[in-house]
Design a protein around this ligand. Structure first.
Ligand SMILES: NC(=O)c1ccc[n+]([C@@H]2O[C@H](COP(=O)([O-])OP(=O)(O)OC[C@H]3O[C@@H](n4cnc5c(N)ncnc54)[C@H](OP(=O)(O)O)[C@@H]3O)[C@@H](O)[C@H]2O)c1
Length: 251
C-alpha cells in the first residue's frame, strides 16, 4: 500500500505519515524543507520517501519530480493521496492584505493541490481504485474577518472535491474533503502570524483545540472504509469552538 502526503514536514502531514506507516503503508512525503523531512525519515525509516518540492511551482516541475520516483514509490502504485499542504498568511482585512500573500495562498492551496491531483488521477482511474483526501477547512464554509483569500481557497478545495466525485462516478476512485476547525500543535498559526508567538498563544489559550493526531485518525478512518463507501465531507471542530453571530455594524 502506498500513500502520497503533501505538507509532510510538520503538523497534520507529519502525523498522517506516521500513522499511515504504522498501518503498513509506504509513504511519499512532500514539503519544501529538506532538513525537516530528513529528520522525519530518520524517525520513520525506509518506508518513508522524503521529497523536497514546492508544490506552488510549475505543473511541469512537479510532474518531473514525481515521474522519477523509485519503483517502490512509483506513481502507478499510489492508493491514497492526502492533499494536505497549505497555508494561511495574515489576518488583515482585505483592504490591507498583502497581494503577494494572496498569490502564495492561491498558488499553494489551489494550484499546488490541483497539480498533484491531475498527476495522480489518471493512474487511479486506470486501476479503478484510489482515494484522494483533500484538506479543506471550516473557513471554506463560514466567513470570518481576515479569512478573505484563505477561506476562498478552502471553498475552492471543497467544491473541487465534490466536482471530482462527479467526474469519477463509476470509476472506483473516491474523494473526500476534511474540513477542520481550530487545530493546535502545528505551525499553521505561527506561519499565519509570521512567527509572532504572542499572537499564537493568545489564539489557543484555554481552547483545547483539535490535535494533528486527531486529523490523522480521521484520514485513517476514511481510508479504512469499505470500497463501496465514499466519505464526501467531514467537518469537525473542537468542542470549545462554535458559531458566531452575524455582524451588524452601526454607522
Ligand atoms: N491548523 C489548523 O487550525 C487548520 C485548520 C483547518 C485546516 N488546516 C489546513 O490543514 C493543512 C495543514 O495545516 P497544519 O495545521 O498542519 O499546518 P503546518 O504545520 O504549517 O503544515 C503545513 C505543511 O504544508 C507544507 N507546505 C506549505 N507550503 C508548501 C508548498 N508550497 N509546497 C510544499 N509544501 C508546503 C509545510 O512544509 P514546508 O514549510 O516544509 O514546505 C508544512 O509541512 C493546511 O492545508 C491548512 O490550511 C489547518
Amino acid at each position: 500500500m502506498l500513500a502520497l502526503v503533501t505538507g509532510a514536514s510538520s503538523g497534520f502531514g507529519y502525523h498522517i505519515c506516521k500513522k499511515l506507516i504504522n498501518q503498513g503503508y509506504n509513504v511519499i512525503g512532500i514539503a519544501r524543507r529538506t532538513e525537516k523531512l530528513e529528520t522525519i525519515k530518520h524517525e520513520l525509516g525506509t518506508n518513508f520517501l522524503p521529497i523536497t518540492l514546492d508544490i506552488s511551482e510549475s505543473y511541469e516541475k512537479t510532474l518531473d519530480k514525481l515521474l522519477s520516483l523509485p519503483t517502490k514509490f512509483s506513481l502507478k502504485e499510489i492508493d491514497i493521496v492526502v492533499n494536505n499542504a497549505g497555508l494561511a498568511l495574515g489576518l488583515e482585512p482585505a483592504y490591507k492584505a498583502d497581494i503577494h500573500d494572496w498569490y502564495q495562498m492561491l498558488d499553494t492551496n489551489i494550484k499546488g493541490l490541483i497539480s498533484i491531483t491531475r498527476i495522480v488521477l489518471p493512474y487511479m482511474e486506470e486501476k479503478r481504485d484510489g482515494i484522494i483526501i483533500n484538506m479543506g477547512s471550516i473557513a471554506g464554509s463560514y466567513a470570518y474577518p481576515g479569512a478573505n483569500v484563505y477561506g476562498a481557497t478552502k471553498a475552492f478545495v471543497e467544491q473541487f472535491s465534490l466536482n471530482l466525485r462527479a467526474d469519477l462516478a463509476g470509476k472506483g476512485v473516491r474523494v473526500s474533503n476534511i474540513e477542520p476547525g481550530l487545530c493546535g500543535n502545528t505551525e499553521f498559526s505561527l506561519v499565519r502570524f509570521r512567527g509572532d508567538l504572542t499572537q499564537v498563544k493568545k489564539l489557543y489559550d484555554r481552547t483545547n483545540p483539535i490535535l494533528p493526531e486527531d486529523i490523522a485518525n480521521v484520514v485513517l478512518w476514511i481510508a479504512s472504509q469499505p470500497k463501496h463507501i465514499n466519505i464526501n465531507r467531514i467537518e469537525l471542530m473542537p468542542t470549545s469552538q462554535s458559531f458566531n453571530h452575524l455582524q451588524v455594524t452601526h454607522n
